[in-house]
Design a protein around this ligand. Sequence first.
Ligand SMILES: NC(=O)c1ccc[n+]([C@@H]2O[C@H](COP(=O)([O-])OP(=O)(O)OC[C@H]3O[C@@H](n4cnc5c(N)ncnc54)[C@H](OP(=O)(O)O)[C@@H]3O)[C@@H](O)[C@H]2O)c1
Length: 263
Amino acid sequence: MDLHLNDKQVIVMGGSKGLGFACAEALVQEGARVALVSRNMENLLQAAQKLRTASKYDIPVFACDVQNPADISRLGEWVISTFKGIDGLLLNAGGPPAGGALTFSDASWQTALDTTFMSVVRLTRLFVPIMRRQKYGRIAVIESSSVKQSIDNLALSNAIRPAAAAYLKTLSSETAADNILINTILPGPTRTERLEALLQSWAEKAHTSVDEITKRREAQIPMGRFGEPQELAALAVFLLSGKNTYITGQLIAVDGGYSRTVF
Ligand SMILES: NC(=O)c1ccc[n+]([C@@H]2O[C@H](COP(=O)([O-])OP(=O)(O)OC[C@H]3O[C@@H](n4cnc5c(N)ncnc54)[C@H](OP(=O)(O)O)[C@@H]3O)[C@@H](O)[C@H]2O)c1
């Protein structure tokens, strides 16, 4: 199937590692022009190097911490001066730290709000006007299965991600007439560096091995295994493509059946 991504310009936030990198790789395979954004320039350069062998185009990179509004403004200036337009945007960053509902200070809540909620507001405020002028745009946002079903000991994610999803639902109805389609992806546990680090810390806490913890966690998933980043990327690429012409405002889980909710 031709996804109509050839030559399309897509910005991949959090594109240096994990789910973002898998999406960037899949977009490159479909012929898209990809630019990567994350905080650490070294990570970005390594990721771009890996992608260059498969890409017909250069892979521009930009260092930006989405927690910081001044960084987001600089990103906007870079995008406007570097690209003719933006066809696709993958919004993604690191997740908030683990912890119970009463364990965080005001400062920790503010940091999580800036990184996980306000970044989505600020980045869409930046990119949607560009897409409006083109009368075309596709935005996919990586959130978490915690939007549908809260996860133990992830109070920040459980509280903040549903707000981001509700904001995106509202925005999607305001942009649909301009052919800007916005969808939210809800990953369940997926094999990235972040998950490997979490498994290690859960194993230490439970005084057991990573293999044992992996078995216990995978047993909670109807498909009996963690996801692979490429499995999420397959959906993201479709949602970001010109082949997606009528799906907007949706929350779509890629979780092997992990969320036990109907909607
Ligand atoms: N993997 C899972 O099982 C899973 C499940 C549910 C939800 N999620 C969510 O999906 C998202 C991606 O997860 P992942 O597993 O791919 O994580 P990851 O492997 O830690 O990758 C995160 C990416 O985002 C970048 N990043 C982190 N903080 C940033 C910031 N403040 N500003 C800009 N870029 C930032 C990182 O690069 P730099 O370090 O260079 O900034 C990296 O490229 C997270 O929000 C996570 O909570 C993941």
